[in-house]
Each structure stands twice: as C-alpha cells, then as structure tokens.
Design a protein around this ligand. Structure first.
Ligand code: AMP
Ligand code: MG
Length: 478
C-alpha cells in the first residue's frame, strides 16, 4: 500500500490471483492529456485530493500516461454470452489500476476505459471516443443520484488523439469506479479454461469481497449464487421503477456486486412501453425494457452453470440445488418490483389487489403513450390526470383505506418518483455542446440536475421530448 499527497491508497488483490485471471498491461501513452470532466465529490468520497488531481498532472494519470503510486495495472480476463452466443472476451480497452481503499474502509476498483490495446483487444483499437465516455459519465451519475447501485465515473480525460468510428472523433479515457469488475462472464471464463481450482478460487475471492458474512458458508458456491440472485432481483426491479433500459445485458455486462455496469446503448423511457428498445443493434428486442427480468434470470442461469462443479460433485444434485436458488428469482423480483411501485403510487400499506391497480395504471399509460416519469410525479389525489380518470377513482378509494393522511402519501411519492431523469434529448444536447464546441456548461448543468433528481430544477430538465421527435436510437459506445 502506498500513500501519496493525492490520497492514493491502492491495493492489487486481483493481480495476486493465479495469472490466468489477467494479463499485466500498461495503458498506452497518449499525445496530449487534458481533463474534460472531473468528479470532485466522488474524489472526496474515495479519499482522493480533488485540488491535486483536477489538474494537468491529474489528466496525465486519468489519460493513462502516468501510473498512480501503488498500482499494478492489469487487463482482466473474462468470457460472456453476447446476445446469446458464447465468446472469450476480456478487457479489450480497459485497464484495472488497482483497488482504492476509501476513508470509510471500502475497496473499489479504479479502472481506465479506452486506454489502449490489451491482449484481449481482438480486432478493436482499445480506444474510446469522447462522446460515449461523457455519456457514461452522465448516466452513471444519474443512476447514483437515483439511489440505484452503479459503477461511478471519476473522470473523463481527453487524449488529444483521434479515434475512427466511421468518422474521426476525439479520443478520451473514462475512469470508472466499481465495487468490482467481476462479471457473470468472469465465472464463465473460470469454468471454461480447464484450470483445476479456478472456479473455487474465484468464488472465494468474490465472497470475500462482496459477501464476507457468507464466506464461511457450508457451500460457498451456492451461497454466492443465492446472493447474486438476490442482488440482481433488487437491481432489475429498480431499473424498471425509473424506466431504465440497459440495452446490452450480455453476461459480461452483469456484475456480481449488483451494480449497474457498462453504459453503452442504455436510455430511459419517455412514453411507457414495455417493448421499448433503444439500441440500434438489438433487432429482436432481446434487451427491451420489459424483457430485462427474464434476461437477468437467463444470465443467472449461465452463472449457475459455471458454478455447478463447486456446488456439488454429484451433477444431478448440483443442478437441483442451483435450480432451487435460481427459482427464487421471479418471486424476489416481483416482491421488489411491487414494493417500489406501491411507493410510487403512495401506498404505505399492502393489499392483494394492489398489483392489479398498478398494472391497470401501466396499461393505461402504455395505451395512451403517457410519459413514464412525469405521470408518476404528477399523480395527484385531488385531481385526475387525462386518460386516468377511471383509475383515479379506484386509486383514491384505495388511498382512503390506509391510515395516514394525504400529506404522507404525497411525501412518499415525492421521495420515490424522480422529477429528473437524463432525458435523451438533453443528453444529446449536452454531448453535442461538449464534443463539437468544447462547451461543457450544458453537461455540468445536466449532471447537477440528475445528481439531485427528486428536487424540481429548471423545467428544461423534466420536459419530455417534443412531440413528433424521431424515435431515439443509441449505439454501442465503441
Ligand atoms: P461491451 O459491449 O462494451 O461490453 O464490450 C464487449 C467486449 O468488447 C469487451 O471485451 C470490450 O473490452 C471489447 N471492446 C469494446 N470496444 C473495444 C475497442 N474499441 N477495442 C478493443 N476492445 C473493445
Ligand atoms: Mg462490457
């Protein structure tokens, strides 16, 4: 462990695992590092000195030209099912600098994304363009503001070099902070490489890192699977509560920590539509808004498969126990989903018919193309919204059957329903200003608004896209 003025306190436990889990790699040098955005509040949480690092010297670190003290940089190996097909992958354009130990004793990965080629780059250039890295910065900070577990963005540094994506674009490196980067695909890799003990080593490491209280479990692999099932059931429910569509829920983009990871073609719903897809490459709607729980369970089944040999040496018995753990997902998800939606309509009590009441609301929103975020925020027991007149009668009857007054209902709804989400048209506007004109003012205003999403800000951040806007399309940020 090394300490320095800037507050670096890096350890490298992942780089002490057996060497088939990673490749030692240094970031490639870039021409002219320059800070684009730096997250001072996050730096402070990490014990890093923002005054020292929000500087040219900091830009040299966050663009990959200087290695912070105590770092032992590696690219992590992993595999994954992408749109259902299995591939060997690994960090093709990311480098783990190490694990920062925070002042409150957490261990978090510090990873550079877009910092050059690695042994896992395949045909890729290892680089990233400024726009997609700023997009990840905005959306991950929005998710954090919404209280949803997520990786965070510490910095985006320009490289002073161009990358080519059908056109010439400015290059950049994102510094991502994560509870860890262990993915479902990391376990698929461990079980696929034929190294005795690989899965067990990774199970022990992951439990120690994310579920220390379960590290002594009688069946560690099963205990890990159960934990991950629980975390994902909660995470996906929370995505649905805010209208988030991840867009590329491949198994390599699902973290065992339960954090949202890998912001590529993700976007938030405007009009409520369970079939909503934004990603330009998701032709069959595999990762549509309403399909996310099903896909999460599919991904968890891939995790379970990779753990079977550790769950029980008798394969029939292993499958039975893994299935038992997996089969809890739908109920757990449904409980989380229902709990959150009850709160969104101001219910502090439970009745069996609540689910039907919620589903009726969602169906009506779908039928009339109502804005997901604004409809919830504008629900008012005193006056029905257009198209929701009939529903309003049933809703207010239900509200009268619970104890507590109207002010409690409103308070619950206001702390549960965000006013601000990163509206697609605002995100695009902020990115265009930054990338094309070097004007970061709209981006800073947007980040400020999405970081405090329950407080009404300037109305420009909660107005839906103008009617008649083109359907929003997102692209994998490569
Ligand atoms: P993603 O769809 O962003 O999760 O990326 C899938 C895989 O492709 C990961 O292994 C990435 O590291 C790799 N990858 C994405 N973009 C690039 C790039 N420009 N150069 C090298 N590898 C990349
Ligand atoms: Mg990925």
């Amino acid at each position: 462990m090394v300490l320095m003025e800037a507050g670096w306190r890096l350890e490298n436990t992942y780089a002490r695992l057996p060497d088939y889990f990673y490749q030692r790699t240094r970031p490639e040098r870039v021409g002219a590092p320059e800070m684009a955005v730096f997250n001072r509040a996050l730096a402070a949480d990490l014990g890093l000195d923002a005054d020292v690092l929000d500087s040219p010297a900091g830009a040299a670190i966050f663009a990959g030209n200087e290695i912070p003290p105590g770092s032992d940089p590696i690219a992590q190996a992993y595999a994954g099912h992408q749109f259902g097909g299995f591939t060997m992958l690994g960090d093709g354009r990311a480098i783990l600098l190490g694990e920062q130990i925070t002042p409150d004793g957490r261990r978090v990965d510090v990873q550079l994304k877009g910092s050059g080629r690695t042994a896992f780059s395949r045909r890729g250039d290892g680089r990233a363009a400024l726009g997609p890295m700023l997009r990840e910065y905005i959306i991950s900070e929005a998710m954090h503001g919404l209280g949803i577990p997520t990786t965070r963005s510490l910095a985006v540094a320009r490289t002073g070099e161009s990358v080519f994506r059908e056109e010439r674009l400015p290059g950049a490196v994102l510094t991502r902070i994560a509870a860890s980067h262990i993915r479902v695909g990391t376990f698929e890799y461990a079980s696929g490489i034929g190294e005795p003990g690989a899965v067990r080593t990774l199970v022990d490491y992951t439990l120690a890192r994310h579920d220390p209280e379960r590290a002594g479990a009688e069946n560690p692999a099963l205990a890990l699977l159960e934990s991950v099932v629980e975390r994902q059931a909660s995470l996906i429910a929370r995505w649905l509560h805010v209208g988030f569509v991840h867009g590329v829920m491949n198994t390599d983009n699902m973290a065992l920590s339960g954090e949202t990871i890998d912001y590529g073609p993700c976007a938030f719903l405007d009009a409520y539509d369970p079939a909503a897809v934004f990603s330009s490459i998701d032709h069959y709607g595999r990762y549509a808004y309403g399909n996310q729980p099903t896909i999460a369970q599919w991904n968890l089944a891939r995790l379970a498969e990779s753990l079977l040999s550790e769950i029980d040496s008798d394969s029939a018995r292993a499958i039975e126990r893994a299935n038992e753990a997996l089969s809890r997902f739908p109920d757990l998800f449904r409980q989380h989903w229902l709990r959150g939606l009850r709160a969104k309509i101001g219910l502090g009590s439970e009745e069996d018919a609540d689910a039907a009441l919620i589903e009726e609301l969602l169906e009506t929103m779908h039928q009339h193309g109502l804005d997901f975020t604004n409809t919830f925020r504008q629900l008012d027991p005193d006056s029905p919204l257009p198209h929701l007149e009939d529903w309003h009668v049933r809703w207010t009857e239900r509200l009268r059957r619970q104890s507590g007054g109207i002010s409690e209902v409103l308070a619950l709804m206001q702390r549960t329903n965000p006013v601000v989400i990163p509206r697609n048209h605002r995100v695009e506007e902020a990115l265009a200003a930054a990338v094309e004109h070097g004007d970061y003012a709209p981006l800073h205003a947007l980040v400020a608004a999405v970081s405090d999403p329950f407080t009404p800000p300037n109305p420009i951040f909660y107005e839906a896209a103008p009617v008649g806007s083109e359907p929003y399309r997102t692209f994998c940020g490569t």
